[in-house]
Design a protein. Structure first.
Length: 234
């Protein structure tokens, strides 16, 4: 049985400049491997036997890199001629199985991708989101006021907890009918459309390790922690 993963690897990595001036973001090194290779190795270990890389920006560099590697899995490519967002590229793929994993190519996590896949399939969901709890700190004293403009409360550097998407999803082919062909269409668009239709989207909170390396500070953290916890990821 085909167990397929789609990795979104077409972004320009603007938040990581100047690092991404030369290399595409998915090929930024984390220890001895690019982050994209780390992700692929994890997926192979989880039992995925076909991986499609959705590419656009600097696609030939990504293709050239993986042409010289043997990771024990079939890797193919879906090329966007123009940016299509996070979900738009799925409409370019005509042979997707009934259920498939979709994820960003710049995520460092120890999530059990196989268990995430299996639960989605067993529950026959249209879409499943892997989520992580993050804390946002406001670096200011926050003022509350009443309708008369009088101070009614004060909070020094308050903290708020949010459940955020990890950039790792399971999808059913049923959601493809919502994605317009060859148009910019993101995760936010799909979630809005699924909610409007009353679909039951699963949100799986994951309490393990997760880091999006899209910002320079997070990228440097990923380098340090991967070196210390390599066995945890591979």
């Amino acid at each position: 049985m085909e167990k397929r993963a789609i990795i979104l690897a077409g972004g320009k990595g603007t938040r990581l400049r100047p690092y991404t001036t030369v290399l595409p973001k998915p090929l930024m090194p984390i220890g001895e491997y690019p982050i994209l290779e780390v992700v692929i190795r994890q997926l192979v270990k989880a039992g995925f036997n076909r991986i499609t890389l959705a590419v656009n920006h600097q696609a030939e560099i990504i293709k050239a890199y993986f042409a010289g590697t043997d990771l024990g899995v079939d890797i193919d490519y879906s090329l966007e001629s123009e940016p299509l967002g996070t979900m738009g590229p799925l409409r370019l793929m005509q042979d997707l199985p009934e259920n498939f994993l979709v994820m960003n190519g710049d995520v460092l996590t120890d999530l059990d991708f196989g268990a995430f896949y299996d639960r989605h399939v067993s529950e026959n969901r249209i879409f499943s989101i892997s989520a992580h709890r993050r804390q946002q700190v406001i670096d200011y004293g926050v003022l509350d006021r009443d309708d008369a403009g009088t101070l009614s409360g004060f909070r020094e550097k308050p903290k708020s907890d949010y459940l955020v998407s990890m950039g790792v999803y399971m999808a059913s082919r049923r959601c493809l009918e919502l994605i317009p062909p060859r148009q910019l269409y993101g995760f936010d668009n799909l979630m809005t459309d699924l909610l409007d239709r009353g679909e039951k989207v699963a949100v799986r909170e994951y309490e393990g390790y997760w880091l999006d390396i899209g910002r320079p500070d997070d990228y440097m953290t990923a380098i340090e922690e991967f070196d210390l916890k390599k066995e945890q990821f591979l």
